[in-house]
Each structure stands twice: as structure tokens, then as C-alpha cells.
Design a protein. Sequence first.
Lengths: 222, 302
Amino acid sequence: MIRVSHLNKSYNHPDMILKDVSFKVGKGEFVYLSGPSGAGKTTLFRLLFADIKPEGGQIVIDGLDLVRASPAELAGLRRRMGVVFQDYKLIPNYTVFDNIALALEVSGVPRQHIQKRVWHALKVVGIERQIDRLPVQLSGGEQQRVAIARALVNNPRIILADEPTGNLDYEIAEEIMRILHFINSQGTTIVMVTHNRALLQRFKRKVFYLDHGSLQAYVWPD
Amino acid sequence: MAKISDHIFPIFKLTGNNIRRHPVINLISITIISIAMLMLALYFLAYINADRAVSGWRTDLKIAVYLEDDLGAEKLKLLKNFCLELKEVIRLEFVSKDMALQRFKVTLGENSNFLSDLPENPLPASFELLLDDAVAEVADVERLARQLQRQVGVDEVIYGSYWLRQLFSLLKMVKYFGFIFATFLSAVTVFIVASTIRLSLFARRETIKVLYLVGATRWFIALPYLLEGVFQGAVATSFALGLSYAGFSYIRFWLMAQVPQWSMAPQLEFFGFAPLLFFLLLGTLLGVAGFFLSSRWLRNSP
């Protein structure tokens, strides 16, 4: 599903941010990208959703080579992929419904199907009653659920999540993790960036550990 | 199966949201484009009406050929035939000395009594030549006058060239200046639209980022801004044309009230359908041009 080979990224700086990083994620897997601050996790995450391009190496996601793909192909891939951020990235003056519906409108989903699919996504994350609220009227945990609902509303094959629990207290973070694991149990591949060791211990899955730009090893939390 | 409307509707929805949620930016843009288009519309309105008025004078262009006194019937006939054979002359009227005096008396009205005391009629006889419409240029009239002046029995040829020449050359200048003025205003308008679109983009950079994240294509993101430029251009131009019509109607009404004997006032005309459409298209195109000037972000986006 995801194949990263000999990836390099330096932002034209002598010190490489990522050095010869290679790994694979299979269909339906749930993997963590972890490591200390400054290890290159966010850079790798941005490379995975083609926000930036590498200086060397190859990234193939769902059969598409991100380095060679055209902007239209990348847009198509993003429609088959959900992305979740630590800061939620919701549009502040859009309601919960509008924020989630946007992902469907971009894909040209018929209007009569949009309401049903948004409702279903909100039900999965458990905040269907907040449908008409603005993001500012929601708690951090609720905003993250909206972001997850937006990521999964298109029935993506992959969800990428960058520190989705980073701004949340532990109990709420656990709820978010349960939601992500539930989505994974339905067959969606999930790559989650986190440095939260407690969560890694609590929800044990394969971890790719980055340190100083190098992928150290596939480690399994104790 | 997605229909075309399922792809188009969200673009119009985003355009509506952009306009509704950023009224100040749009208002500033519309106001500035309106001012530019109003200046253009008033300028061309003045030019078109002045040109129309002067065109009327062109067709009324006459040459008065004053004759020497005591010109014999033979010479008078020869001169008349010469004038009638000129292809530019479409009508000839002979004004005898008595007729000239009579006209002068009518012109002077109550003050004409002194004319009776004159020992003899001082006014010369003349031929008044009405020229073909094709002889619109003053240079042609001048050439004809020189030709007439050389004939035997002609005392003087009057055709009022100086002020007409000044007026025509002034109008020509106004016309050329108008094109420079229009180009300059258009460039300023495009720059303003581009700047407001850039401001909008800056204000909505987070929204644009989210649109990329959810898989929007570049054109899906850009089209609402293009439509916003079209909207600004069309609304501003409509407003400017409405204002210029109101101003034009007021001036015409004022002229008729203040100068009732001035017969030209009712002849003043507003733009016809074609110029109106041209202005609307121009305003809209300026909005589109503003979008393309600001669209470097589109090419540079991931």
C-alpha cells in the first residue's frame, strides 16, 4: 500500500532531515511513526501526502509514484486518502457539516448522497449531534473527531494522522485512538505519527522509529 | 454517478462563501473598479456626444463665395456653371445684394433702421454652396475654397475653417487621449483586482490548504477566485453604468432647463446596447485579467 525507498530530504541544508529512509506498509496495517522531536517525523509525514517533494528516493502510495505524479494525480490520491493533523485544520467559518461535506464536494459526490455520508461519518466518531456547530463551539477532542470524520467520509484506503492526540488530554486521546483502531479494523490502512509512549504502549502496533533523520529499526513497544 | 452539476455546484458555493464571508475586501474592490469604469464611461459618453454634434456641423458645412460688384450676367453665369460642375457641390443658392440686405435686416431686427440711411447697399452678392457629405475634412474644404478664389469675379471665399479646424483637431486629440486614458485605467483596474484577490488568498490561505488536503484540484480551488473577479467586474461596471446614466440624465435635464433655446440638449444620447455590452464585457474581462495576474500562486502550489 505504501512503499518508501531510499528517501532523502534536506531542504537544501547540509544536514539531512531524512537520510536514506526506506519502509513498507501493507494493506490494512496500522503503523506508528515515532521518534524524538526534530527526528524528521513531520517532514516524512508531509512527504507522504505530497505536500513537499523529496530530493532523492521514491514514495509509492496505492500504486502512484508521488515524485513523478502530476498535480491532478496527486489531487486524485488525496481524495482516496484521509489526512488528520494535530491542529485539526478545520475551516473556522464552516459548520461541522460543511467541513466534512467539503471532502465529498471536491470528489463530485452527488448532493443527495452527501448528507447521508456526512451523518454516517459523524456517527462513527460519535458527534452527530454537533452537526450544525462551528469548530470554535467544540472542544479540542470534538474538533479532532470532526477532522477524523472528514478524513474517513470518502471511505479512504489510507489515513495519515500527524500527532492526532498531541493537543488532547490522555482520556480524550484514548477515545481518538479507539476510533482510529475501529476505522483500521474496517480495513483502512493507518499511518500515525506520535511521540506519545504511553499510547504506543496502550495500543501496541508496529513502530517505525526515526532518529536524526534515519529510520533506526522496526521496533515493537515493550 | 456524479453529474456535471455535482462538480459545478460546489465551485459556485465556494464563490458565494468567499464573497459573503469577505464583504469588506469585495466592497473595496467593487468601489475602486466602479470609479475607474465610471470615469471611462463618462469620458466616452462626452466624446461620443461631442463627435455626434460635430458630425452634424460637418454635413452643414457651407462655402460662401462673395462676388465682385457689377459682375456682368455673362460672367455670373460662367461662374455659376463652374460652381455647379464641381463634384463636391450638391446645391447652389444665389444670394443677390438685395437678398443679402434683407437677411441682414432680419438678423438685426429692431436695430436695422440705420440701414435705410445708407446711400447704397454695401453687401455683396454671393453664391452659397452646400457641399456633399463626403467632403468632411477641413483640408478638402480649404482646397475647394482656394480653387474658387482663383476664379474671375470672386471677391472672397468664406468657410469658417479656423474654428472648425481647431474643433476637429481637438476632437481627434480627445479621441487619442481617450484610448491612452482607457488603457491606463484598465491597467490600474486589473492591478487592483489582482491585489484584492491576493488579499483574499492571504485571508483564506488556511481554507486553501484544507482544500488541497481533501484532494481539490488546482482549478477547483482557483475557479471560485476567477468567478469572484468576474463578479466584481460585472457588478462594478453595472453600478458605474447606472451612475453614469443618472449623471447623464441630470445634465441633460439641467441643460434643457437652463438653456431652453439650445436645441442640442435633447439630441444628447446615452450609450446604445452595443457600447453598454462592450463596457460590461470590458469590466468583466478586467476582473478575469486581475485573477490571472494574481494566479502565480496557482502554478506554484503543490
